[in-house]
Design a protein. Structure first.
Length: 287
């Protein structure tokens, strides 16, 4: 079965000590006066796009966003996206593997998880310029490669994630301690869905992974998103189905088997129930 095109970070011969686990580029240098067009694909690494000045379009998991000034996009490993950037864009593109950032400290790991729970940040000018100082520092460290530059980059990334989380929480001023706990558990559940949906499709299995009862997990999802855990599982299955339908030429039965469905007719009925289209009709409609 052909899979969705997956891009990997490559080791640069000019940067043998970096091992391809982190990269930051200036958009001005990257574009070099030309438009950038990336067709639908997915990454096995985190992809950040910070635009001080920008025009274009960015489609992430089939949701369209206009590229504008003072925006930040975060793509998690496994998500699919399509990117069109105009030649006049300014800012930074950052890519890194999970191994580069993830620490043995759970608190630091959760910073990235919380910040990347949102794909699109539209910031005020002052807020963006504050974050741009961190990005410029990261870019300088990456270029100069002074002693312990990786540690400095990771420290700046931590601060960047904290600032994004603060901005996110500022827009949810009604949060209290209980609400924050519930939000954290929700984000853990959503992260587990993205990672395990092909093999795990039962509410009870996810509840066990999070050390929660089915009732507790459903209470969290209903309170935060107004949906049951089962609804969110179904939505993730449909999303993964759409990814393969639109980003690959695989047959419907191949996609069904890949997603864990031996009964292809059941998969077709399931997809049509949740989208209004058969898989084949959906593919023809949007391709």
């Amino acid at each position: 079965m052909k899979t969705i095109p997956v891009r990997h970070l490559k080791t640069s011969q000019k940067e043998p000590n970096l091992s391809g686990d982190f990269m930051i580029k200036s958009l001005q240098e990257l574009l070099n006066g030309k438009n950038m067009v990336h067709e639908l694909h997915r990454h096995d690494f985190f992809f950040f796009l910070a635009l001080k000045k920008g025009t274009g379009n960015h489609e992430i998991d089939f949701v369209n966003y206009n590229v504008t000034d003072y925006t930040i996009f975060i793509i998690r490993p496994g998500q699919v996206h399509k990117l069109d950037l105009d030649s006049n864009c300014q800012g930074y593109m950052i890519q890194f593997n999970t191994e580069f950032y993830y620490s043995i400290q759970k608190e630091l790991n959760s910073l990235l998880q919380k910040a990347s729970a949102i794909n699109y940040y539209q910031l005020k000018k002052d807020d963006f310029l504050k974050l741009n100082l961190l990005l410029t520092s990261i870019f300088t460290e990456y270029k100069n490669k002074a002693v312990a530059y990786k540690e400095v980059i990771k420290s700046n990334l931590n601060i960047l994630f904290i600032e994004l989380i603060r901005l996110k929480n500022t827009n949810n001023k009604t949060f209290n301690t209980k609400d924050l706990y519930i939000q954290e558990r929700l984000e853990e559940f959503l992260h587990s869905l993205e990672t395990n949906i092909i093999k795990i499709k039962q509410v009870s299995q996810y509840a066990d992974m999070l050390n929660l009862s089915n009732y507790q997990l459903n209470t969290i999802t209903k309170q935060t998103l107004g949906k049951t855990a089962s609804q969110l599982i179904n939505e993730q299955i449909i999303l993964e189905s759409k990814r393969y339908l639109l980003a690959s030429s695989n047959q419907i039965n191949q996609i069904a088997y890949h997603l864990g469905y031996e009964d292809v007719s059941y998969f077709i009925r399931f997809f049509k129930k949740h989208t209004g289209y058969s898989p084949e009709a959906f593919r023809k409609k949007l391709k």
